[in-house]
Design a protein around this ligand. Sequence first.
Ligand SMILES: [Zn+2]
Length: 436
Amino acid sequence: MKDKICYIWDESLIYQCDRLPAVVGRATMVNDLIVSYSLNKQMKVVRSSPATYEDLRKFHSESYIEYLKSVIEIDDDYMANTQDEEYGIGYDCPPVSNMLELVTVVAGGSVTAAKCLVAGAAEVAINWCGGWHHAQRFGADGFCYVNDIVLAIDTLKTKFPKVLYIDLDVHHGNGVQDAYNLSKSVFTLSFHKFEPGFYPGTGNIDDIGTLTGKGYSCNFPFNAWYSDETIEYVFQNVFSSVWEKFLPDAVVVQCGADALARDPQGGGNLSTRGYCACVATVLDKRKPTLLLGGGGYNHANAARLWTSITALVAGETLDENIPEHSHWTKYGPDYMLPVEPTLTRDTNKKDYLDKCIAVIRDNLQKYVQPSKFQERMLKRRIDAGAQEQNGKDNCDSDDLNSKSIDRVIEDSANLSKTSKKSSKEVANPDVYDFID
Ligand SMILES: [Zn+2]
């Protein structure tokens, strides 16, 4: 499995992600927990490169990037002014020193991950420092300064014509949906809490994209305290319906950890098992998959979740007792890996879930159809499979795809072992550089 997973890492990526005001120090905790379980040895650790100005311009406006460039020194008592507020910098996205550097490094993690998939260097690429789904073209929003997800999807689109974006964060993935609101080539699917006054206030069941993109956005609005049982039931139904109609070539999953029980910003009641069940369903399709982080304001629980998902991808079963390491004391009082749900009652009734699933299926039926080209390709695959298997009922197109992924991985020459080493890199002895 090791050869099929790229784990994006760099000292500067961890350092800059640690500076994000909403999640100070979280990236180090996540990486250290993954390393404490030696999961880094089960993956290709690929060095993250910063995004370029051209990368940022694929989504963000020139004026926002110019503004970011201008923010150099921020004192502790700095008060945001009207120009800052024009770019969304203020209350939930406070200004930070050297803002452009922070943004290019954080965005670069997800762009590097997408490049690994494009080059065929991996079947699954992981960047827990990414997933900033609220950032908008003209500015920051909801703790997010740069929309690394949109930049990664744009990179994926250079090879994969249709990309499915799945958002498991407790908040609606509005920034990504807005970016592809008119698009038929990126389908955005978000599962989140939707209640009056809950940020960002969008993502109701009737929010399905507009004009040319109508039907290519799908939102599942949960009531508070949705449980594993609820999300697994809904996810199995909705994901399989979307898959059947949209037939994506690659998948991006934002695994925001704030729908876990006990998240201070959340309102979901998921355990690590609920998230892992959803991610496992996606991985079963064996399409190139990019896994990203996102929200998650109980840092120890976010680290638990993303370590559990990393183990799932690597096919490893981990000891539930967290190994002793530098942040071990933060995992008390139980020092266990799984995050358990609370006893709070799930307010989502089965009737309500079924009604939403029915609306979603109707919309898919009405608006989303495989393109003529895809239908021809699918028919050709099925015909070829029928000949090859001679007597078996049909051909599993996903299985064919997994073979083609293997072939691409063997051919990949975009990764080379790095010779640069620093003291912090001892934990990751085999770091690969991505060569463009
Ligand atoms: Zn969130």
